[in-house]
Design a protein around this ligand. Sequence first.
Ligand code: NAD
Length: 367
Amino acid sequence: MVSDVIASAEIKKVDPVFGQLSFNDHEQVVFCQDKDTGLKAIIGIHNTVLGPALGGTRMWNYASEWEALNDVLRLSRGMTYKSAITGLNLGGGKAVIIGDARTQKTPELMRRFGEFVHSLSGKYITAEDVGMETSDMDTVREVTPFVTGISEDKGGAGNPSPITAYGVFMGMKAAARYQFGDDSLEDKKVLVQGVGHVGETLVEYLTNEGARVFISDINEARLEALRLKYNAIILESNQVYNADVDIYAPCALGATLNDDTIGLLKAKIVAGAANNQLADELRHGQMLKDRGIAYAPDFLINAGGIINVYAELEGYGKHEIMRKTENIFNTTLDIFAHSENNGCTTHQSALRIAQERIDNRKMEAKK
Ligand code: NAD
C-alpha cells in the first residue's frame, strides 16, 4: 500500500525514461552492465531509417548516470542529422561508457562492450569518440565486425581528424562566398579556438590559403608550437569572443554560442568543428541570424570524420573520401540559400533538409 502511494507520486513527478528532455523519438536505448570488468555503458539508437546507426563511443567520468543518458540521447540524435544531411546511408547512434578512460579502460572492458555491440546484430555500429583510441576499436574488432575507425593496417580508414578539418575548411569557404561574395580566405582574419587534432590541420589549411590566423587554447605548449610553426597570433582566453576577426572557428568545446558570447562577436562568420556549438539550438541560432552573422551548422561542416569511417563500410578509398568531404562546400551554400528563402536559421534549414531525406526514405519503404 505504502509502495503504491510512492509509485503513483513518482509517476506524477517525472516520466523517468521517455519524459527525459533529450528523448526525441529515439528507437532504442540499451543499458549494458558487466560487474567483472566494471563496464557500465549506454548505447543510444536514435534512428535507423537511412541505414545502421553509426556513431562513436565516448568514455567519460560523468557526474551521474542521468548526465550520461542525456549525453548519449543528444549525441545519437545529432548523428542522425549529420549523416542524413551529408547524404550517407546511415542512421544515428552513439554509445557512452561511464568511467575514467585513463584509469578504468581495459582490453577486457572494451571486449565486453564489443560483445554488447555485437548483440545488436549490426543495428548499431561503433567508432572512436572522446576517450577512445584506434587501438580500442581494434580490441572491439576482436569480438564484433560492427566497428569502424580501426587501424589502417587492419583495413581501417585511419585518423578522421584531418578529414574533419578539410570539411570545416570547405564549410568556411562556402560561408565566405555567401557572406563576402568570394570564397577566398586570403587576408581574412580567422580565429581558431582549440588547436587540437582538428584545429591544427585547419590552421594549416588557412595558413596555406593566406589567411591571418589567430589561435586560442588552454594548452600553452600547443599554442607556442603553432605560433612557431604557422606564425599564428595567440589570443588570451578573455580576448576570444570580442576579437576583431572576420571568422570565428570553435574547435574545442560545445555551447560557446550563448547569451553571454553572441552579443560580443565581431566576426561575421562562425564555422568550426566543435559539436553542439549553439547552447540553445533555436534561440541562439536566431540571435546569430538577427546579428547578421553567417553560421555554418556544426553537424554539417564537421561531417568529414563520419565520411571517413563510412568508407570502411562502403569500401571506397581516399579519393572518394576527399570528394565527398569537398561537397560540404556545396551543401553549405544550399543551406544558406534555403535559410534565406524560408526565413529560418541555417541550423533549422539543415535539420529540415535532413529530416526530409529521412521522411522520403520512409515513404519509399512503405510503397
Ligand atoms: P582535441 O581534444 O584534439 O582538441 C581540442 C583542443 O581544444 C585541445 O587542444 C584542448 O586543449 C582545447 N581546449 C579545451 N578546452 C578549451 C577551452 N576552454 N578553450 C580553448 N581551447 C580549449 O579534439 P579534436 O579531435 O580536435 O576535436 C575538436 C572538436 O571537434 C571537438 O568538439 C570534437 O567533438 C569535434 N569533432 C571532432 C571530430 C574529429 O574528427 N576529431 C569530428 C567531428 C567533431
